[in-house]
Write a protein that binds this ligand. Structure first.
Ligand code: NAD
Length: 497
């Protein structure tokens, strides 16, 4: 059976690791590989390699850095098919969905190819008599990324291309559940001409994460994952003096107003709720049906949920694959049960789904619960599976109150044909990313991605301009090149020019 190794200083290595974790094939329920779990010594080795590499990479020209990123961009495009297959095999998502995350991640590399513009500072000639001012940004040093299972290539790509373009060196700790594509990307970086040690991959669990958070040689940590771990990473990382951005979980609402095109809204809601088996941080997991939209919306959603083709992600005929583990499958089923017990109406029940020939796979079908209220556990908790709840609201104001009453604030959407309602919604919701007739409003790479409230700890959103700001420190230079006139005396009063 294949063992997934670390990638440190330009080579695959087992380092000091002896512990492993299983990598499942979610479509069959069988173990397909083992991944090494790093000890602190492995984190130390990666940080030492990254620190050595920083000495020259941090001082390299912007054109040298962007040439590597242009090559990486081409290699990511050329190997899209292979990478999509690796992702589908370990994560379980359908191949086209895996391609989608590769493309969205590649767009961040495209943004990073323009780092020369993104890093441009300002210059003020003659800001005071004979004095000019300008600012510029410099890399931090060694930085780290800790990432979740649900986007094994895209989420790391939110981080390392920007960090590396800015002149930092990087240690990635991917999810141990679908680790292989990170090693593939490490090889692509090497083929693109990135010097050894600039990009390192350390696989592992809490031991590796704590090793990163406590390591004095790491300047900044980017984290994406569930809210309890995001909070923990932020607290422990900042206590150790690091800059930390920690993106957490979500409960994303789509508000459907009676003036919306219901067929259009239901189509997009279905894809946003059940695509990738609901395992997207921007998945719609709560539909808020307003006024008379509710009954019709639930009917159309039920028809569409029942029509979803569920099966192995490698088969392109399928819309939806399995969830990541047997525990995740049980968790989804238990939330359907708890919703029912607390008074929701189970309109579509995915609990008993069996996929012929894949009876041991981690499959659970789409479920739709109506008449869910904000006090129910199925509403309050992030389920992270193919389960959509419908909450009913009398009007837009009540819908906004529901959205804002939820502790998460990652993404939300409104479906309407009325501009005034859309504008009121986008201005009043306490959520970081908003879609207007767009169900999954993941910002394109020239903007930054991030939520509010329990969906983000730390002051920076990720990638785009805020990513550049996160991975750099600013300097402001105030300079004078005087014509030395010895008749001017130095003054002791505070300079006011
Ligand atoms: P997770 O929090 O379990 O794991 C994320 C990372 O933390 C992994 O690398 C994992 O190894 C590590 N980790 C897990 N338990 C740990 C512990 N006790 N101590 C230290 N490190 C630990 O998340 P997941 O299940 O891999 O991913 C799904 C979650 O990620 C969902 O909550 C989803 O909403 C969230 N997510 C959020 C965003 C976002 O942009 N806000 C994006 C993708 C995923």
């Amino acid at each position: 059976m294949k063992t997934v190794q670390h990638w440190i200083d330009g080579a695959a290595t087992s380092g000091a690791s002896t512990r492993t974790a299983p990598v499942w094939d979610p479509a069959t329920g069988q173990q397909q590989a083992a991944v090494l779990l790093a000890e602190r010594a492995d984190v130390d080795a990666a940080v030492a390699a990254a620190a050595r590499a920083f000495e020259s990479w941090g001082d390299s020209s912007l054109t040298k850095r962007t040439r590597v990123l242009f090559s990486l961009r081409e290699l990511l495009a050329r190997h899209e098919d292979e990478m999509a297959r690796i992702i589908a095999a370990e994560h379980g998502k359908v191949i086209d969905d895996a391609r989608g995350e590769i493309v969205r991640g590649r767009e961040v590399v495209e943004y990073a190819c323009g780092i020369i513009s993104a890093l441009k500072g300002g210059y003020s000639d003659q800001i005071s008599t004979g004095i000019d001012s300008f600012d510029f940004r410099q890399p931090l040093g060694v930085v780290a990324g800790i990432t979740p299972f649900n986007f094994p290539i895209m989420v790391p790509l939110w981080m390392h291309p920007i960090a590396i373009a800015c002149g930092n060196t990087f240690v990635l700790k991917p999810s141990e559940r679908d680790p292989s594509v990170s090693n593939f990307v490490a090889r692509l970086y090497a083929d693109a001409g990135l010097p050894d040690g600039v990009f390192n991959v350390v696989h592992g669990d809490k031991t590796a994460v704590d090793g990163i958070l406590d390591h004095p040689g790491i300047e900044a940590v980017s984290f994406v994952g569930s809210t309890p771990i995001a909070r923990y990473v932020h607290e422990r990382g900042t206590a150790a003096g690091k800059r930390v951005q920690a993106l957490g979980g979500a409960k994303n609402h789509a508000v459907v107003l009676p003036d919306a095109d219901l067929e259009f809204a239901a189509d997009h809601l279905t894809a946003a709720a059940f695509g990738s088996a609901g395992q997207r941080c921007m998945a719609i997991s709560a539909a808020v049906a307003v006024g008379e939209a509710a009954d019709a919306l639930v009917r159309v959603l039920a028809d569409k949920a029942e029509a979803i083709r569920v099966g192995p992600g490698q088969d392109t005929a399928n819309d939806m694959g399995p969830v990541i583990t047997a525990q995740a499958r049980e968790r989804v089923a238990s939330y359907v049960g708890s919703g029912e017990a607390q008074g929701a109406a189970v309109v579509v029940d995915g609990r008993d789904l069996k996929v012929a020939g894949h009876e041991e796979g981690f499959f659970v079908g789409p479920s739709l619960l109506d008449r869910v209220t904000p006090d129910m556990d199925v509403y309050k908790d992030e389920v992270f599976g193919p389960l959509l709840v419908v909450v009913r609201a009398a009007d837009l104001d009540e819908a906004i109150e529901i959205v804002n009453g939820n502790p998460y604030g990652n993404g939300t959407a409104v479906f309407t044909s009325d501009g005034e309602s859309a504008r009121r919604f986008q201005r009043r919701v306490t959520v970081g990313m908003i879609g207007v007739n767009v169900p999954i409003p993941v910002p394109m790479s020239h903007y930054s991605f991030g939520g509010w409230k329990d969906s983000l700890f730390g002051g920076h959103h990720i990638h785009g301009p805020e990513g550049v700001s996160f991975y750099t420190r600013a300097k402001v230079v105030t300079s004078r090149w005087p014509h030395v006139d010895r008749s001017v005396e130095a003054a002791f009063n505070f300079p006011s020019h």
